[in-house]
Write a protein that binds this ligand. Structure first.
Ligand SMILES: NC(=O)c1ccc[n+]([C@@H]2O[C@H](COP(=O)([O-])OP(=O)(O)OC[C@H]3O[C@@H](n4cnc5c(N)ncnc54)[C@H](OP(=O)(O)O)[C@@H]3O)[C@@H](O)[C@H]2O)c1
Length: 328
């Protein structure tokens, strides 16, 4: 019988997540039954959505989340020992699964050195960047895109896809190092939002022809300031609002409807798990762009299962550039 280590949720987050909101416990797993396999975590994902979706029903249960794992025992003919899979197994070292909603990773794509991309650029966040940007922002050559959270896995991919489509790209991120990183990816303008003086003036200066597309990962002041500066028929993808996730009391924003109405803006929310049939198309296109050197990605690796909380909380202080992953 195998023993797993896992993070149980001890309390619903109040403000910024605390280490004491989790507890690492051991669990003895039963023997696998017909149709099941046992998988061992290799890479674990920490994502901003985790902050949003923990509620009282999670308390006492394993923290949810995706991981890349290796099949180490199997009584399921579709998953052989030695296969690698991506599944929503949670923050745990070993998992018994029946294969339901598990992606088997194609080893010609997810080679040893690229296994972690199954959680990032060739996983849920990469699919988010591709599907949300192309379907909501519908880019046209020569148009201007503003992307917030630009140095994260989603934002950095969106900016590069927009460059591939011939757009002018302006990105906001939280440090000078991240600004340099974005410039190295080909962003036309990259701004450290923590040191700029005025967002409105920065937008006027960096977007002389106005803003046609806004891919928002951050919300809050960015959203409130950018919407009135959009061009007529502008498109806005509301994909994240990380500036709001840790707030105990929701902020009140300005009333934006006159701008939305007068400029005939299209503003659309997006949930990646409602677009599963398009994931393969996204991975194929992104894979080809990576292959051709048109799209680059970065990962911030935290070593050790015991350090998952640090990787998670680092998302809210800007510790990561590109995808934050934990090496089990
Ligand atoms: N709708 C969907 O289906 C979907 C799917 C995937 C992701 N998302 C959302 O997309 C966004 C980006 O996701 P990701 O995976 O690429 O995460 P990420 O950008 O890699 O990680 C979070 C980054 O957000 C920035 N940040 C944290 N707090 C902030 C604040 N108060 N104000 C401004 N920036 C802040 C930090 O960078 P700085 O150093 O730049 O501050 C941090 O590094 C998140 O909001 C996430 O929830 C949505």
């Amino acid at each position: 019988m195998a023993t797993a280590r896992k993070y149980n949720v001890e309390a619903v987050f109040k403000g910024a997540p605390k280490k004491s909101d989790f507890k690492i416990v051991e669990e003895t797993l039963p023997a696998i039954k017909d149709g099941e396999f046992l998988a061992e975590a290799i890479w674990l994902s920490v994502d901003p959505y985790m902050r949003l979706f923990v509620n009282s029903s999670n308390v006492g249960n394993t923290m949810f989340g995706e991981q890349v794992a290796k099949v180490i025992e199997s009584k399921n003919e579709n998953f052989k020992v030695g296969d690698y899979v991506a599944g929503m197994f949670g923050w745990r070292t070993k998992t018994i699964s029946n294969g339901d909603q598990v992606r088997k990773l194609d080893r010609s794509v997810y080679t040893d050195d690229k296994l972690s991309t199954g959680l990032g650029i060739l996983g849920m966040p990469g699919a988010t960047a591709y599907i949300a940007f192309l379907s909501i922002c519908a880019p046209k050559e020569g148009e201007t895109l503003v992307v917030t959270g630009a140095a994260g896995v989603v934002g950095s991919a969106v900016g590069q896809i927009a460059k591939i489509k011939g757009c002018r790209v302006v990105g906001f991120a939280g440090s000078d190092e991240k600004v340099q990183y974005l410039k190295s990816l080909g962003f036309d303008e990259a701004i450290n939002y923590k040191t700029m003086t005025s967002l409105k003036e920065t937008l006027e200066k960096t977007c002389p022809k106005g803003i046609d597309m806004f891919f928002d990962n951050v919300g809050g002041e960015f959203y409130d300031t950018i919407i009135p500066q959009m061009n007529t028929s502008g498109r806005v993808a509301v994909v994240g609002c990380i500036s709001q996730y840790n707030l105990e009391n929701p902020e009140k924003g300005p009333r934006l409807n006159p701008s939305i109405l007068a400029k005939e803006l299209t503003i659309k929310g997006f949930v990646i798990y409602n677009h599963l049939p398009r994931w393969p198309e996204a991975f194929k296109a992104i894979g080809e762009w990576i292959e051709k050197g048109q799209l680059k990605y970065n990962e911030t690796v935290t070593e050790g299962f015991d350090n998952m909380f640090d990787a998670f909380s680092g998302l809210f202080t800007g510790k990561n550039t590109g995808k934050a992953v934990v090496k089990a």
